[in-house]
Structure formats: structure tokens, C-alpha cells
Design a protein around this ligand. Sequence first.
Ligand code: SF4
Length: 325
Amino acid sequence: MTEPLLTVRDLVKTFPGRRSRTGQPGAPIRAVDGVSFDVGAGETLGLVGESGCGKSTTGRMVVRLIDPTSGTVNFDGTEIGGLTQAQLRPHRRHLQMVFQDPYSSLNPRQTVARIISEPLLVQGSSAADARKRASELMELVGLIPEHLDRYPHEFSGGQAQRIGIARSLATSPRLVVADEPVSALDVSIQAQVVNLMERLQDELGLAYIFIAHDLSVVKRVCDRVAVMYLGRIVEIGEKHQVYSNPAHPYTKALLSAVPLPDPAAERARERIVLLGDPPSPAAPPPGCSFHPRCPKAQEICRTERPLLRIAGPGGREAACHFPEN
Ligand code: SF4
């Protein structure tokens, strides 16, 4: 990997638990529970896992849309995790986010020109410069600059996501956190948006954190992948290692559900069906939090939490007492 642009260490986010009917506070919810990873300049790290595993919360802490409970976020040599919003402003231009639902992430009452220009205006650009840049960005993401004065509802879902991407690029960021950027789009449009993101990465040298539950999309776009379960990373490594030879039983189960292009291979392969839903982060199981659903669980798994450690060639890491090699 290239030198880390982003270094995240022991990131934790705890939300207050729901109050009971009698007003008693519920157990706090540890949505992210000690997550660490690096992202190199120009690299794409995939963050995958089932709904509620903490991947979106992790992404939002990286760009400081929400504050971490504890842990550090170092971006390009600066510890940004504890900065105030005013202190963060000069760094924010380099850290941007693309959201899942293109329509709900764009203000319906603002023109596209205003939407794309806003981050530049916040950074102190003049209105004329911001509009000129918005026009360039429309072209960059494959939209017609003459449509700048239209409103979001006048665009299709794929076009609206392109507007969201254009907005995220307005300040020439070095890292974009893309939270399920294609999951709300039709399959045919998904490919176009993924192509666009790859092209922009090549042209602009962007790094991405690509958050998704669709492992096929992640396989296509990522250099490395981190698999999350109940607020923790359970496996992280180079894409080809994780996909071809998963070390953690959870990764193995997720990958067994990804359709294979070859119908014969699809018929022949063994599908691992996980029982039940992930446990609540308000009451995580002791030991390995995956043990109630793990087909390989043994006694030690119920009492001792496995730490992330090297599991197999190439530095790939897994948090499992009995990783596959
Ligand atoms: Fe399964 Fe045990 Fe590994 Fe957890 S530590 S994933 S329960 S084998």
C-alpha cells in the first residue's frame, strides 16, 4: 500500500440506549467498537457488512459528520478527530462524502448550481468562481452544464447521484467516503456511476472509502476490503486474498451468497446460510460476537474475544480463533 493518507485507530461510537416505557435509560449502543484501518492516497478501501454493522457510522466519523466517542482519525498528518468545527474547516475541503439516496441528499429547493457551489461558497469562493467551477464539474461527471439552473427532481436517479458526486468533488478532495453510492439505483445505472467513480479516481487521484453491502460491487472497485460485524472489523486485507480465500467464517458466509457468473460453478458451490439476525449492539454476545451464528464456533469462542491478527499470506488479518488459511 502507498503511504497512508488516512489512519484510523480504535474508533468507537456509542449512542444512548432507548428509554423504556417507564423512562429508564436503555443500555448504550456501541455502534462502532474499536475500528482501525489505513487508506493510502489514490486507494479504495471497501467497508462491507450487513445493515447495522457500523460501516456507515464509521464513514461519518471519518468525515466528522458525527463525532467519535473515542479513538483517533489522522488525515494527512493532522489529527482531526478532536478538532472543533472551526478548526476542521481548512481540512474539510479534502474530505467529502457521497450519500446513498441521491434525492434525499440534495436540497429540493436549491438549483443544481447552488447545490454544487455550496461547499465552495463555505470555503470562501466568490459566487462567480463557484458557478464557473460548478459548470466544469457538471461536465466532468457527464452532465450538461446548461442544466445548472434546474432542480433535483428534474433529473433521473443516476443523474442525481452524478450531481451528488459533482458536489463532493467541488473542493478538490483527496478522500471521498461513498456510503452505498449505487444501492438506490437500477442495476444498469449502477454500472455507469461505478464507471464514473473509477474514471474520476484515475483522473484526480482520489482515495475512496466505498461502503456497501453488495460484495460484487465492492470486488470491482476496491483495492482492499474490510469486513465489519457488530461494530468491529473481523477481516481486512487485499481484495484478491479476501475474495479468493476468506479467513473469517463470516466473510466466507457473505461471499457464498454472491452470485457467480459461471452457471456451473454457481450450481456446484456450497452456500453458507447464517442462522438468525445479527445480535443487538446494545447487548453483544460475550467472547466472539459472531459465535451464536458461526458454524465453526467452539467453547473458547463463547468466552474469549478474538483479536485481529495476521491470518494467511500477504498480511491479511482476521479476528477468529480458528481462521481458514
Ligand atoms: Fe467462529 Fe469462533 Fe472464529 Fe468467532 S472465533 S468466527 S465463533 S470460529
